[in-house]
Design a protein around this ligand. Structure first.
Ligand code: ATP
Ligand code: MG
Ligand code: FE
Length: 334
């Protein structure tokens, strides 16, 4: 009646158990953020070694949390891409081994489908047609969702992802990795109109994004600024955040309008951002659209969203062969 899922696409090792209907009953994450912080980013070798150390204890912990045994699981799922090959291999190998040992099916899950469907978890279900915005560390995508597994790409970024823009600007101004949450915190005390950073809308009807110009604009501003002055730093963060948010929100609303869709679903690590959540809530209410957001702890990488996506696939009869390979560039739309 349950399935167990593993996530190890990047620098978080995670395990979760949900019912076959997708109700999350246990979810644990072992973050490597502290380990990678000294390098200013994720080191693949270090990440994969830490996945090996944490995967097994995490599986034991979620089973204990849920009061279940391996024998209670109807299937075993893992993220098979996109991500770092050496990291993906740890989670998928473990899930396949468990599937063989328990003689149950294996389900390979696309990490981006995990993010995409996460706003439908819990009270927000069931999965239904919507226009979705995925804003994560490596992706910025607008997707039209017709149903589980039926996705149409409407637009994506031409250069940096939104999370990458947050992280790169944060690094430039000396904030610790990952920079998104740090900018979020400082922005709350700053003036978003202190600096007029560029909003790249490309041509008015485009659903593509571009964030590299923002990085350059901040770089040019830096020599003139005293970042030791707390208010200047907060103003800079608030202005950068406002520039990113405005483009994300307006393009999502434009996509909804173009598709004639009334439901919006926003996911990925950047959807934790309090400024973005507030702007989305205000804008969608004004436009009479329904907004679905994942719980903040389900926005950044976690296995709960992987378990949920697996449950949605499994309930339509989908399983994966044990030969299914990992794919660092796995695409959401074929
Ligand atoms: P992908 O899912 O594209 O493979 P990823 O798994 O690394 O990339 P996520 O875990 O979804 O990405 O999100 C991490 C990103 O979210 C980082 O860029 C981080 O800075 C950003 N992020 C997390 N919290 C916030 C926040 N409060 N405000 C802005 N950005 C945030
Ligand atoms: Mg991460
Ligand atoms: Fe992610």
């Amino acid at each position: 009646d349950c399935l167990l899922a593993l996530e190890s696409s990047c620098d978080e090792t995670a395990a979760a158990i949900c019912t076959l209907r997708g109700e999350l009953i246990a979810s644990r994450i072992s973050s490597q953020i502290e380990i990678h912080r000294q390098y200013g980013g994720v080191v693949p070798e270090v990440a994969s070694r830490n996945h090996i150390l944490h995967a097994r204890p995490l599986v034991q912990q979620v089973l204990a949390d849920a009061g279940k045994t391996l024998g209670d699981m109807a299937a075993f799922a893992a993220t098979s891409g996109p991500g770092l090959v050496s990291s993906l291999l740890i989670g998928t190998s473990m899930a396949k081994a468990l599937a063989i040992a328990e003689d149950k099916p294996f389900i390979a899950v696309n990490h981006m489908e995990g993010h995409l469907l996460s706003p439908f978890m819990g009270e927000n279900g069931p999965v239904r047609p919507c226009v979705a915005l995925i804003v994560s560390g490596g992706h910025t995508m607008l997707v039209r969702v017709h149903g589980v597994g039926r996705y149409e790409l409407l637009g994506r970024t031409r250069d940096d992802a939104a999370g990458e823009a947050f992280d790169k600007v944060a690094k430039m101004i000396g904030l610790p990795y990952p920079g998104g949450p740090e900018i979020d915190k400082l922005a709350a005390r700053g003036n978003p109109e202190a600096f007029a950073f560029p909003r790249s809308f490309l041509d008015g009807r485009s659903l593509e994004f571009s964030f590299s110009g923002l990085k350059t604009a901040v770089l040019y501003e830096l020599p003139r600024l005293d970042l030791k002055n707390e208010q200047v730093l907060a103003d800079l963060c608030a202005s950068v955040q406002a520039a990113i948010i405005e483009v994300l929100v307006e393009k999502l609303l434009l996509a909804a309008k173009q598709c004639g869709e009334k439901t919006l679903a926003v996911s990925g690590g950047v959807s934790c951002n309090r400024g973005l959540r507030a702007a989305l809530a205000a804008r969608s209410a004004k436009a009479g659209l329904q907004l679905l957001l994942a719980r903040p702890d389900l926005c950044t990488d976690n296995a709960g969203m992987i378990a949920f996506a697996a449950s949605q696939r499994f309930s339509t009869g989908h399983t994966s062969p044990l030969e299914a390979d990992v794919d660092p560039n796995l695409s959401l739309v074929s």
